[in-house]
Design a protein around this ligand. Structure first.
Ligand code: MSP
Length: 493
């Protein structure tokens, strides 16, 4: 299908509670999903939880629950996160769902029958936190390169996937497709890693049983990463109608620690199963704490995004994160900066513009938008093409900055025109122009701040549907508008 946009996030390990990194990833995906809906595309947005494997099994034991009861409880927290953060997913997949298990087994069997999965023995250093085997040269001082913990020496009968067979094809795909991995720096990292020999990948375990049984040998469970990656096709009901409609994925949005899994491993599996490859693996940066440390569950320095959403206006949080962190780069989270942007850019700039415009419409025209002509000079201060291009190039922070510079221009327009000193046609033109500008702003901010966009739209008695409605011919003259109340309450520190 031409006019579709299928976007996924990584599925999170629910071994502990959601952290800000999880929320940030879902937020970025949500912005892209909402934006593409506004462009008129048929969007499918998939997110969910990755519920099998040793790490989950151990976390369940620690919590005194069966793995199933544990993941049932934990996945609810990730759903709560999505609801509090206004994440507009179309499906929340859980890898313990029957339908997913069926597809994961189907793919495993298909690749086995093709001869690309075979039985062997594996001995290696395993980090349960990463659910990943490491070779000696990956380890740092003999410890896991991500968690800095001792890895366990594991030796067991295992099925192997012929990853090495696909190496050249993976390289070819990267070379031929400019956007296969974004940003370019991440693509280079993968290309460099591919200069080394590729070993076949161990894709089953016998030492524990919390996983999807290998269909040809139920003594084994599937390696959790194979099970997890398959969510991207089971999530759109592989191999049925929905899959045919939405696959290949347009964007797999992930963090920088799992690019290898989503390119070399995932693409090879897809090639082995004769399935088309996703278009773009889009890599966002990591959110760190102010001290510059990486935020992670194992380090215990996480900011709870559920608490955060209860303490602040969710749109202020969404705005702050997107505006502050250049997309694709690492960034810091600072509560102080969040408050600063909330007070200046949202409460002052945006909030005042909305209130002043609607109050003047009320005062001078009893709340009915006057007929008028659009001030072309102000209209041209909005560079819509530039906003669109930034979004197209995944420069979410720049798109938002461009929209907000138009908000500033509108405030300046009010200050310069001094509508309170005007009458007749001059006054009608100013108010008409400002109301149209507000409509444009409500539409453009929808992807970033959906709740506030809706409040502005409600005040204008319009619905946010399409980017086409930005300064459209069908003006709002004659519409009754109301004041939305305070959009962003100033925070006193
Ligand atoms: N379950 C695997 C993914 C399987 S996808 C088929 C996993 N889970 S995770 O819970 O550890 O991470 C989920 C996502 O959150 C990943 O994309 C990861 O990069 C991202 N982040 C984890 N910590 C992060 C930050 N501190 N900042 C931003 N994103 C972070 O990996």
């Amino acid at each position: 299908m031409q006019n579709k946009f299928y976007i996924t996030t990584a599925i999170d390990y629910p071994s502990s509670n959601p952290h800000l990194g999880h929320a940030y990833e879902k937020l970025c995906a949500d912005v892209l999903a909402r934006w593409n809906r506004l462009l008129g595309k048929q969007v499918f947005f998939l997110t969910g939880t990755d519920e099998h494997g040793l790490k989950i099994m151990r976390a369940a034991q620690k919590a005194g629950l069966t793995p199933q009861a544990f993941v049932d409880r934990q996945s609810e927290k990730f759903k709560e996160l999505c609801s509090l953060w206004n994440i507009s997913y179309d499906r929340f997949i859980r890898t313990t769902e029957k339908q997913h298990i069926k597809v994961a087994q189907q793919i495993f069997k298909k690749i086995y029958e093709k001869g690309d999965i075979y039985l062997g023995t594996y001995t290696g250093k395993y980090c349960a936190d990463c659910e990943t085997f490491y070779t000696e040269k990956d380890l740092i001082d003999g410890k896991c390169p991500v968690h800095g913990k001792e890895c366990e020496l594991v030796s067991e009968e295992s099925y192997f996937f012929r990853l090495s067979k696909y190496k050249e094809k993976v390289i070819e795909y990267i070379e031929k497709n400019d956007l296969s991995i974004w940003p370019a720096g991440k693509k280079e990292e993968i290309k460099n890693r591919l200069k080394q020999d590729l070993l076949d990948l161990s894709v089953s375990r016998t030492s524990f049983d919390w996983g999807i049984p290998v269909p040809i040998n139920p003594k084994h469970v599937q390696y959790v990463w194979i099970d997890a990656l398959i969510n991207y096709i089971s999530g759109v009901d592989y191999p049925n109608e929905q899959f045919k409609k939405f696959w290949p994925a347009d964007v797999h949005l992930i963090g920088k620690d799992i690019v290898w899994h989503h390119t070399v491993i995932w693409w090879s599996i897809l090639m082995a199963a004769n399935i088309e490859l996703p278009k773009t693996v889009l890599v966002h940066g990591f959110i760190q704490t102010e001290s510059g440390e990486k935020m992670s569950k194992s380090k215990g320095n996480v900011i709870d995004p559920i608490e955060l959403a209860k303490n602040y206006n969710i749109d202020s949080i969404r705005y702050y994160l997107i505006r502050e962190i250049p997309f694709g780069e690492d960034g810091y989270f600072s509560e102080e900066k969040l408050i600063e942007r909330h007070n200046t850019e949202l409460a002052n700039d945006l909030g005042n513009l909305v209130n002043r415009t609607l109050a003047m419409t009320e005062r001078y025209f009893s709340g009915v938008v006057p007929a008028g002509s659009l001030d072309v000079e102000l209209k041209e201060k909005l560079n819509l093409e530039k906003v669109k291009q930034h979004m197209q190039k995944f420069e979410l922070h720049l798109a938002l900055a461009e929209i907000m510079s138009f908000v500033k221009a509108c405030n300046q327009y009010i200050n310069e025109k001094e509508p309170w000193k005007k009458q007749g046609k001059e006054l009608s033109d100013i108010i008409y122009t400002l109301v149209e500008a507000l409509r444009a702003i409500a539409i453009l901010l929808h992807a970033f701040m959906p709740a506030s966009s809706e409040k502005i739209a409600n005040a204008l008695s319009i619905e946010v549907k399409s980017i086409e409605d930005v300064f459209s011919e069908k003006g709002l003259a004659g519409k009754k508008v109301t004041k939305p109340g305070i959009l962003f309450q100033k925070i006193n520190r």
